[in-house]
Design a protein around this ligand. Sequence first.
Ligand SMILES: [Zn+2]
Length: 91
Amino acid sequence: MARMRLRFNPWPRPTIELTDTPDPKCQVCDGYGGWPEDYGHPETGEYAGTEWWDCTCWNAYRVRRLLRLPGWLAHLLFGWTSPTYSTEPPF
Ligand SMILES: [Zn+2]
């Protein structure tokens, strides 16, 4: 079952999003929404990196952008600061 939550996403623009979230009582991922899995090099078998697997109890890509926040409001609400100088006029 999907649990939609509001989330503040600072990148690439401050936005309020509605996203799916992991099941906190999920038996597979314990509510983490996924797990890391080490993988080896196909020839040598040596450690080559870690992949993050998303659990099936949620869909990380099921995101709906609800509202784009003006910079000053994002700063006020979430302490967001623009990573670069903005040339946009204030809202
Ligand atoms: Zn899960």
